[in-house]
Ligand binder design. Structure first.
Ligand SMILES: [Zn+2]
Length: 323
């Protein structure tokens, strides 16, 4: 057992990934390495259908958000134990349970104690989920000017001392670059990024009413798979690009992408009063009920998204040579 109770340390997490990969008939891939030199590994679980589209489940881009990694691993376990056959028929599933491997290891080494800045970022102190390039599609990129001129820290900060520091430039960090390059090649049809905490679904920033409505319907499908239904947090016109993975995936690789913030605000407040560590704020002491609640929602979102045509693809498609 690790310093984090029911949660594995990095060696246990990687062993579990290897075991589940073998049971699922999957292929382990290393998409890149962190600043600290740790491999960032994913499992590619082949579909039982030929030429099936690909989907992505990723987690732990923020160091202390280990519950997301547990939910991702539960999806992989479901595929390995033949409990997610519908998804396996519909798609090749790539499960990437830990993007920020250095932040994960740091959180374990400090037994979950530290400031948000200390545990959330990579080893350069960058918020990896603010380090993706801003979409260049249509008029949407212009809103970045608004963020650039005002300091909205949740949207990413220019101050290296902040927990949401965007880094010196987009894709400055090897972890974000690795995931970016992987996604460009894979062209996932759908993706779920697992975070904590808020008990919400957060679709990307989109500018068309049709796409906003599509996300509302996709999130409804995901919520219906939950016993404890989370909220949908969609900003509409006031949303903006912040260098997040979902915005990049939606606009540049044509992926229906959503952030799922596991663990509700009420649960986290209650737990934090009893055990005031950063880790206790982000992760339930017993992950089982959250995992049981959220893994089916991940699968439901992916299945619903696979029924839709790709959202528009951005600049990366425009420069593709004609076949
Ligand atoms: Zn997060």
């Amino acid at each position: 057992m690790s310093a984090l109770g029911a949660y594995p340390d990095e060696d246990e997490r990687e062993r579990e990934l290897e075991q589940l990969s073998a049971r699922a008939g999957g292929v382990l891939v290393t998409i890149g390495h962190s600043v600290g030199g740790r491999p960032i590994r994913a499992v590619r679980v082949p579909s039982t259908t030929r030429d099936a589209p690909r989907v992505l489940v990723n987690a732990n881009i923020h160091g202390p958000e280990h519950i997301g990694s547990r939910v991702a691993m539960a999806v992989l376990r479901g595929l390995a134990e033949e409990r997610a056959d519908e998804l396996r028929r519909a798609a090749e599933v790539v499960v990437l349970p830990c993007v920020n491997v250095d932040g994960f290891a740091r959180t374990v080494a400090r037994a979950g104690r530290g400031t948000l800045k200390e545990l959330r970022c990579n080893d350069h102190g960058v918020d990896l989920n603010r380090n993706f390039p801003l979409p260049t599609v249509g008029d949407a990129g212009s809103l970045w000017g608004l963020v650039g001129s005002r300091e909205l820290s949740i949207a990413g900060s220019r101050d290296p001392a902040r927990a949401t520091w965007r880094g010196p430039h987009p894709l400055s960090e090897p972890e974000a670059k690795a995931l970016h390059d992987f996604a460009i090649v894979e062209r996932f049809s759908a993706a779920v990024s697992l975070h904590s905490y808020m008990g919400t679904f957060i679709p990307p920033c989109v500018r068309s009413v049709d796409e906003a409505r599509a996300y509302a319907r996709l999130v409804t499908r995901a919520r219906c798979a939950q016993r404890r239904r989370y909220l949908r947090f969609q900003w509409g016109f006031f949303d903006m690009f912040t260098g997040e993975l979902e915005d990049f995936l939606h606009h540049e690789t044509g992926t229906w992408a959503v952030t799922l913030e596991c663990f509700t605000l009420w649960q986290t407040l209650r737990q934090h009063l009893r055990a005031p560590t950063l880790f206790a704020r982000f992760n339930p002491a017993d992950p089982r009920s959250v995992v049981a609640n959220d893994a089916p929602a991940v699968i439901a979102f992916l299945l619903a998204a696979l029924e839709l045509p790709h959202p528009r693809r951005g600049a990366t498609e425009a420069i593709d040579p004609a076949p």
